[in-house]
Write a protein that binds this ligand. Structure first.
Ligand code: FAD
Length: 445
């Protein structure tokens, strides 16, 4: 009898990166034995409540889950985009290909006017997510705890094994991990241990010279009467504030700032002044921005905060996690006996992170709403936008040609998760007039 060895993969960590990774692996490679090991005394980071436009589609396709059940359990709020109170004018960034529907009056924001009603968790929200085709799509706000509970229940249903234990030792030969704690053996190990990244000593490429924020103060408020079906991003003295409504009766609020410019106490004071109330129940979260130089080395793949983190602005992490594990599973399924898929994977993920970094950088560089040192310094950091990247290419195009979509196919590459539309919406919101564009164009020469 021919015995075929089943692939054995161990995931370390049970935050959203670990649970999503385990579920995608099991879905893509059903006969794979997937084990999740988590330290019961090391809590998950507990943030990650907004998502990008491709999120529901990815969740549907990559996890193969019943999306009706997901909506019933997690009660997400549909997110049509982001309202930016950034720069000279407030503007909407919509996820609905706004420039496909350009009206004659090009000065108006397109496709985003939902102030009139409650589009939170309602039947309407559900219909909008699956667009009546039985296929869910779009972005959502999720309650982090409910989301993780849902993922864990799904994982248990799919026979994913959970072990509560702290990984304290790694047995390695060159780049290959043989076992963990001298007792956990696997063919591949996925490091989803958060910012600690306990399985990988790969070099870290910091983004701190272009993205300076490194802390967030996170707290909840009672949701106002209407649930807003979009995220808010609001300029603060030394950073920005997110406000995200949930169907569980609260809004998540987070001031993301840089410790180089403001202390925790000053940030809290600024928030209290803005909200006109004492904020007692809050969490301060330190983070670093950057990515690993390589994401797959030997038999170890890093995913989630263990692998890289850009910024909460644009809420890209859950999408990056799904993109990473989708590709990892495909390579594992396909095998990489002779080819260079792992090198290509590493290059692809680098470009994905770097493109997100550049997209986020432009949000800061062109924001001239506030005249604080933080924002004045940011105006100068435009030189951190690489001249050979997508961001610079679209900026150059936009400054010279506005948003007419001609000769721009190269910017539609898969590596660009925002599509040309996303870049244009940001540039259009941040640099609205021809006069502004000319001024910046002159400055860039
Ligand atoms: C301020 C802020 C806001 C954010 N907002 C968003 C957002 O809106 N949208 C979005 O997509 N993303 C957001 N993110 C990113 C978000 O954190 C990630 O998407 C997500 O939570 C991934 O976390 P993780 O699973 O990598 O790590 P964690 O949640 O930190 O999980 C780590 C896991 O590893 C385990 N572990 C650690 N050490 C060991 C050990 N020695 N042995 C065994 N197990 C171990 C822990 O027990 C835990 O289970 C935000 C991040 C920050 C910092």
């Amino acid at each position: 009898m021919l015995l075929i060895k089943r692939m054995n993969v161990t995931v370390v960590g049970a935050g959203s990166a670990g649970l999503l990774s385990a579920l995608v692996l099991k879905h893509k490679i059903p006969n794979c034995i997937v084990t999740v090991i988590r330290d019961p005394n090391e809590p998950v980071i507990g943030v990650g409540e907004a998502t990008v436009g491709s999120f529901m589609k990815m969740l549907n396709e990559d996890l193969g889950l019943n999306m009706d059940y997901f909506v019933e359990k997690v009660k997400p709020v549909i997110k049509y985009g982001v309202l930016y109170e950034f720069g000279k004018n407030d503007f909407h960034y919509t996820f609905d290909n706004a420039f496909d529907f350009q009206s004659n009056d090009k000065s108006l924001p397109q496709g985003f006017d939902f102030e009139g009603g409650n589009y939170g968790y309602t039947e309407y929200s559900k219909i909008m997510m699956n667009k009546g085709k039985g296929e869910y799509s779009g972005a959502v706000h999720v309650d982090n705890k409910l989301f993780l509970e849902y993922l864990e229940n799904m994982a248990l249903e799919k026979n994913i094994i959970f072990i509560d234990d702290k990984i304290e030792s790694i047995q390695k030969k060159d780049d290959i991990i043989i076992s963990l704690n001298d007792k956990y053996y696997a063919d591949y190990f996925i490091d989803c241990s958060g910012f600690k990244s306990i399985l990988s000593d790969e070099k870290y490429v910091s983004y701190s010279d272009s993205l300076v924020n490194d802390r967030a103060i996170f707290f909840r408020t009672k949701t106002k009467e209407k649930i807003r079906p979009y995220s808010h991003a609001i300029t603060m003295n030394s950073g920005w504030l997110w406000v995200v409504d949930h169907s569980q009766g609260y809004s998540g609020n987070g001031y993301v700032f840089s410790s180089k410019y403001i202390t925790d106490e000053e940030a809290l004071k600024e928030l209290e002044e803005k909200y006109k109330m004492k904020i007692k129940d809050y969490k301060t979260i330190p983070f670093k921005t950057g990515r690993k130089e390589r994401h797959w080395v030997g038999n170890v793949i890093t995913i989630g905060n263990a692998d890289g983190f850009v910024e909460p602005l644009e809420a890209t992490s859950l999408m990056t996690i799904l993109q990473s594990i989708r590709l990892t599973s495909t390579v594992l399924e396909y095998g990489d006996k002779k080819g260079d898929l792992i090198e290509r994977y590493n290059k692809f993920i680098n470009e994905l992170y770097d493109t997100i970094r550049d997209f986020i950088l432009i949000h800061f560089c062109f924001n001239d709403r506030l005249d604080t040192i933080y924002w004045r310094d940011y105006l100068k950091r435009i030189d951190k936008l690489p001249k050979d990247g997508i961001g610079y290419g679209v900026l150059d195009y936009y400054l010279k040609n506005n948003t007419h979509i001609l000769f721009t196919n190269k910017y539609y590459e898969d590596i660009n998760p925002f599509s040309l539309d996303g870049w244009f919406q940001m540039y259009r919101g941040l640099i609205p007039t021809e006069k502004d564009r000319k001024k910046i164009l002159e400055g860039l020469k």
